[in-house]
Design a protein around this ligand. Structure first.
Ligand code: SF4
Length: 233
C-alpha cells in the first residue's frame, strides 16, 4: 500500500519531489495543491508535469477526510465528525466570531491521558494523527464555513505533545504561505501539561502560542483529575 503523502513534513515533501527527479521549488507547488487547494488526486495538480504527477501517484497515496456529520449551535459554532482514510473518526469545531474564524482541531484519535472529566480519555488512544490530517481538519472547516481560518488551536481530541513532531509539522503547514497562511501567533497548542513538550515547544523558532489546562491549582486534585500527567513528571 502506498504511503500517505500527508504524513510528510515540509522537508519530507522536498525529499519526495527530489526523489521523483524534480527541483526543490516544485515542493512549494505540491504543498499548495495539498493544503491551500485541497486536491484529492495528483491528476488535479496541473502545474506539475504529467511525469512528476505519475511518479508521485506511484509512490504516494493522497486522500482528504470526509465530513461524516455536522452539528450547528445557535451561536454559529459548528461541530464536525470527520472520517479519515482508514475509517477512524475525529472531531473538529469551527468558531466564527466577527471577522475571526477559529478552528479547534484534534491531534490524536482517542487519547492516553485518561483525564477524569473527558469522554475521549475514557476510550484510550486509537492512534496518532498525521500532520496532514490535522491541517485538513482546519482547511475543511474553513471551506465549509466559506471563510479563511484566522486562528487554529490544537484543543480537540488528544494530547498534542504526545504527538509532538506531527503537531509541529502541522503548525508549520498551517503557518506557511503555501499552506493555510495563518499567523504563527494565531496558532495555539493547548496541552494538559506535559513538561518535556512544554520545554521543547518553548525552544521552537516560531512564535506559536501555548495554552496549559490546569483544571486545579492544587497538585493532588490535579493528579486525581489528570492521572496521565503523573507518569510524565
Ligand atoms: S488530554 Fe485532553 S483529550 Fe486527552 S484525556 Fe485529557 S482532556 Fe481528554
Amino acid at each position: 500500500m502506498p504511503a500517505d503523502i500527508k504524513a510528510l513534513d515540509r522537508d519530507g515533501l522536498r525529499a519526495a519531489v527530489a526523489d521523483a527527479g524534480e527541483r526543490a521549488y516544485r515542493a512549494a507547488q505540491l504543498e499548495r495543491w495539498l493544503y491551500a487547494r485541497a486536491a484529492s488526486s495528483f491528476d488535479e495538480m496541473t502545474d506539475l508535469s504529467a511525469a512528476l504527477r505519475a511518479r508521485l501517484a506511484e509512490r504516494w497515496a493522497l486522500s482528504v477526510p470526509v465530513v461524516e456529520a455536522r452539528l450547528d449551535s445557535a451561536d454559529g459554532t459548528r461541530k464536525y465528525l470527520l472520517r479519515l482514510r482508514d475509517g477512524v473518526t475525529v472531531e473538529a469545531v469551527g468558531l466564527p466570531e466577527g471577522k475571526r474564524l477559529t478552528v479547534c482541531f484534534s491531534t490524536q484519535a482517542g487519547c492516553a491521558m485518561r483525564c477524569a472529566f473527558c469522554a475521549t480519555g475514557a476510550s484510550g488512544l486509537v492512534r496518532d494523527l498525521t500532520c496532514g490530517e490535522m491541517v485538513d481538519q482546519v482547511a475543511i472547516v474553513a471551506r465549509d464555513l466559506g471563510r479563511r481560518a484566522t486562528n487554529a488551536v490544537a484543543m480537540g481530541q488528544g494530547e498534542p505533545f504526545a504527538n509532538y513532531d506531527a503537531v509541529l509539522a502541522a503548525l508549520r503547514f498551517m503557518n506557511s504561505a503555501d499552506g493555510l497562511g495563518i499567523g504563527a501567533r494565531h496558532l495555539t497548542v493547548s496541552t494538559s501539561g506535559l513538561p518535556a513538550g512544554i520545554r521543547r515547544f518553548s525552544e521552537e523558532p516560531e512564535q506559536f502560542t501555548l495554552a496549559v489546562s490546569l483544571h486545579s491549582a492544587v497538585q493532588a486534585t490535579r493528579d486525581g483529575l489528570m492521572p496521565g500527567l503523573r507518569r510524565a513528571r
